[in-house]
Design a protein around this ligand. Structure first.
Ligand code: C2E
Ligand code: CA
Ligand code: CA
Length: 555
């Protein structure tokens, strides 16, 4: 569009050159008229003849004026055209550059890659396209403000530029996405690995921006137009190269971020499957395919049922019953975890209303939800709206919540506990919470991760870690729950360690709301709420499980 306009303007200016044409014609006429007028003037000067014709003189003067006018107009026009051309050139240059970092932008990068690719192939070199995407940059922006975010991007671009070789091109493709292309000897792809590792070192070193220390991590995908055999004709253009690098970058993200991968063709299928899962999750959320299951929690000493942990399940029409290990990380990535969690809690509150009021309900809360400063308020509001007593609710958070913003997490825990909600530290032992954090954070309970409990199954395994965690809990005055109790031997061993709560397959697999009702009814622990119509339950849930699908997803 802009180019079209430019063309039109220049075209118009050039048409104005007609003015020059008029001047030229005026000169020719001037020569004609001037010939006879000047002859008359010369004759009159020597007293011969009657002098020049007045009309002709006037015509000649007019001619001179026209010549001067035409000439000046021509000069003005040509300087105007020059200025315009310079401005267009400047605009074109700017349109190729990212204004924030001075790198190439997405559009010019595509063009430059194509050119570099042609050039390097002519010289028998390979070309690597390296896609860089910052991890959780939105969070950095949200927490520190966009001004700091911008400064970080500028500093990052400078660090990358400094470490790249001269023949590499760096671009900012938009937001927190960068890329560079670099020719290399196709037989030595390890040079690209070295380069990328160096970039990781420089880009992830601490940033000091306006008295603020910030750390960044990034995920990187690499694609090349050469394989082990040499030039890869499948990568027929720069576009494909970029696409492959993008896929490899997503793979790095899905594998846990802060790492890099070379593109491999199988990644394309994974990405397709992942996209299908994403769409499926969004759709499933809107049509209510996510349901709560419940796992019993037992007082190990008395063997009494004391409550349930709610565990999310996805009843997908295509995939069968899907495990939360598959869909929770995706729901976190695509930003629907809060919504999903809220929907499940509302259902669980409704289910638990009919239970013996002594039974507690535990729910797992994702670290992403804990980043929301309004989380505690939202949860308390939910409790009020659904008339669920706060003291029956226990939330389980993992140690990874503590890395993000301990101060905020601490105040959130405090306000929830003030209202009577209990807070336990889940999967304890698998993260990195320091003793200092444990001492200063007011948890109501520690849950020993099931990986430590399953160690106890081994007859000659030592119970030292579990022992140590139990005495740590005693020292900090935090009661303990052991997860993943699968057999009587483990149970017996745990019983010797003090008064613990426990849960695991020994007591049964997680069950549907309907199955829980039956269990409680048999135990005389179901309170029929006359004023509440129980939510419609689907008791056929477990029978729809498709083990084949599950295995495929889990792999
Ligand atoms: P978790 O919080 O550690 O939950 C316990 C997991 O251990 C459950 O897996 C449960 O089925 C399994 N389990 C229970 N007893 C045994 C046992 O004796 N042996 C073994 N091997 N496993 C046992 P599940 O339901 O697949 O959940 C996996 C994880 O997904 C949970 O681990 C939790 O971190 C997460 N999750 C589940 N529901 C939600 C949710 O609503 N929100 C969030 N944010 N995370 C959830
Ligand atoms: Ca849990
Ligand atoms: Ca756990």
């Amino acid at each position: 569009m802009a180019e079209e306009k430019t063309e039109q303007r220049i075209g118009k200016a050039e048409r104005d050159i007609v003015a020059l044409g008029i001047a030229t014609a005026a000169i020719i006429i001037f020569v004609g008229i001037g010939g006879s007028v000047m002859g008359d003037v010369v004759e009159a000067t020597f007293g011969e003849g009657k002098g020049p014709d007045r009309l002709l003189v006037n015509a000649m003067l007019l001619n001179i004026a026209l010549i001067i006018f035409g000439w000046r107009r021509y000069r003005e026009l040509s300087s105007e055209i020059q200025q315009r051309r310079a401005a267009e050139e400047q605009a074109r240059r700017l349109s190729e550059i990212d204004p924030l970092t001075g790198c190439l932008n997405r559009r010019s990068m595509a063009k430059a890659t194509e050119e570099l690719r042609n050039g390097s192939n002519r010289h028998g070199q390979a070309l690597a396209y390296v896609m860089i995407d910052l991890d959780n940059f939105k969070q950095v922006n949200d927490m520190n403000g966009h001004a700091i975010g911008d400064k970080l991007l500028i500093e990052l671009a400078a660090r990358l530029k400094e470490k790249l070789p001269k023949d590499a091109l760096l671009a900012r493709l938009g937001g927190d996405e960068f890329a560079f292309v670099m020719p290399y000897d196709g037989k030595h792809p390890e040079r690209i690995d070295d380069q990328v590792i160096r970039l990781f070192e420089t880009a992830t070193a601490m940033y000091q921006v306006d008295d603020m220390a910030v750390e960044l991590t990034m995920s990187i995908g690499i694609a090349t137009d050469h394989d082990e055999q040499g030039f890869n004709p499948l990568v027929s253009d720069a576009q494909t190269l970029m696409h492959h690098a993008d896929i490899a970058m997503y793979h790095a993200k899905n594998q846990g971020k802060n790492r890099y991968y070379w593109f491999e063709p199988t990644m394309e299928n994974e990405l397709r499957f992942r996209n299908e899962l994403e769409t499926g999750i969004r759709r499933g959320l809107s049509v209510g395919e996510f349901v709560p299951f419940y796992e019993q929690q037992i007082d190990l000493e008395s063997g009494d049922l004391v409550g349930f942990e709610m565990l999310a399940r996805w009843q997908s029409p295509q995939l069968g019953l899907v495990s939360p290990d598959i869909f929770i990380p995706i729901a976190e990535d695509i930003g629907v975890i809060g919504d999903l969690s809220e929907k499940l809690m509302v259902e669980a509150f409704a289910d638990a209303r009919d239970w013996d009021p002594d039974l507690t309900l535990s729910v797992n809360i994702s670290p992403i939800q804990m980043r929301d400063p309004w989380f505690a308020q939202k949860l308390l509001k939910l409790l009020v709206e659904h008339n669920f007593p706060a003291h029956r609710l226990e939330i389980e958070i993992t140690e990874s919540c503590l890395h993000d913003n301990v101060g905020m997490v601490r105040s959130m825990i405090a306000s929830l506990r003030n209202q009577g909600v209990k807070v336990s530290l889940d999967d304890f032992g698998t993260g990195y919470s320091s003793l200092e954090q444990l001492r200063s954070l007011p948890f109501d309970r520690l849950k020993i991760d099931r990986s430590f409990i399953s160690e106890l199954r081994n007859p000659d395994a030592s119970s030292k870690i579990v022992d140590a965690i139990v005495s740590l809990g005693n020292g900090l005055d935090m009661p303990i729950t052991a997860e993943g109790i699968e057999d009587e031997n483990i149970l017996d061993l745990l019983k010797t360690m003090g008064r613990l709560k426990g849960q695991g397959y020994l007591y049964g697999r997680p069950e549907t709301a309907d199955q829980v009702r039956m269990r409680l009814k048999a135990a005389g622990r179901l309170v029929e709420q006359p004023d509440v119509v129980p939510a419609a339950q689907d008791s056929a849930v477990e029978s729809r499980v498709d083990p084949e699908n599950l295995r495929r997803i889990a792999e």
